[in-house]
Design a protein around this ligand. Structure first.
Ligand code: F6R
Length: 260
């Protein structure tokens, strides 16, 4: 794991965007795994800027989103489809056929999930997976106790996650109880994971994920096992890490060819 601590979320988002941009320049048909929620918004804004101002080309990029609420249609304002088109895709030159987001209205959910996994494989696997983290340590919607080898499937949201996400809805009663999410096993197959966390509310989950034991009670801790995970934090999210000084010195001492 590489831990990168920046003064602000904006700085961390810019570093993340540079990593994604370099990957797309190296491999124009890069496969990106994408997340929703408030955390990746800065990253998406920076990717849009790079596209507009520096010509970063998304025409061949393929994307697979982590998750979607069950029961919300594509055009529902709280659906992750709507979120992704509003906050990222409609601002890029991405081809609609290259965008994949779980279908919250799928009639046969297990069959849909199997196809989603097959489509990811057919695309050659995910090159970079963007992740946020829940206050309970979830990644995607893999709640505590999710299997480390789980694949894309239906999950029941934890009460805490519904509470956390109620801020996007009119009231908590509107927050769906179920979702489709990539599994932890699916996420682990990505070549690179970029885990972003900002704010004090994420500090405990980050401490447990980075310096705690690897345990199903904190799903993001499984990233300790992943061969190329980079954790991009602001000061507040990093505030409970014991080895903060070490992570900073590693980052400051990176040779030029390794810098972002
Ligand atoms: C969303 C997702 C979730 C969020 C997490 C944090 O696609 O996969 O794991 O990343 O719930 O949400 P925010 O960023 O809103 O704090």
């Amino acid at each position: 794991m590489e831990i990168v601590i920046q003064k602000s979320a904006e700085e961390a988002a810019r570093i993340g965007a540079r990593i994604v941009a370099r990957q797309i320049q190296r491999k124009p048909n890069t496969v990106l795994g994408l997340a929703t929620g408030s955390t990746p918004l800065g990253l998406y804004r920076e990717l849009i800027r790079l596209h507009r101002e520096e010509g970063l080309d998304f025409s061949k990029v393929r994307t697979f989103n982590l998750d979607e609420y069950i029961g919300l249609s594509f055009d529902h304002p709280m659906s992750y489809h709507h979120f992704m088109w509003e906050n990222l895709f409609r601002h890029l030159n991405i081809a609609k056929k290259n965008v994949h987001i779980p279908d919250g209205l799928a009639k046969d959910v297990p069959a849909f999930c199997e196809r989603y996994e097959k489509d990811m494989k057919k695309a050659g696997g995910i090159d970079i997976q963007v992740l946020g983290i829940g206050s309970d340590g979830h990644i995607g919607f893999n709640e505590p106790t999710s299997s480390f080898s789980s694949r894309t499937r239906i999950k029941t949201l934890d009460g805490q996650t519904r509470k956390d996400n109620a801020r996007f809805f009119k009231s908590i009663t509107e927050v769906p109880h179920h979702c489709i999410t990539m599994g932890i096993g699916t996420i682990l197959e990505s070549r690179t994971c970029l885990l972003f966390a900002f704010g004090k509310g994420k500090a405990e989950a980050i401490r447990e994920s980075v310096e705690g034991p690897m345990a199903a009670m904190c799903p993001a801790s499984v990233l300790q096992w992943h061969r190329d995970t980079r954790v991009l934090l602001d000061e507040a999210a990093a505030s409970k890490l014991k080895k903060r000084a070490y992570y900073r010195s590693v980052y400051a001492g990176k040779p030029a060819w390794q810098q972002y």
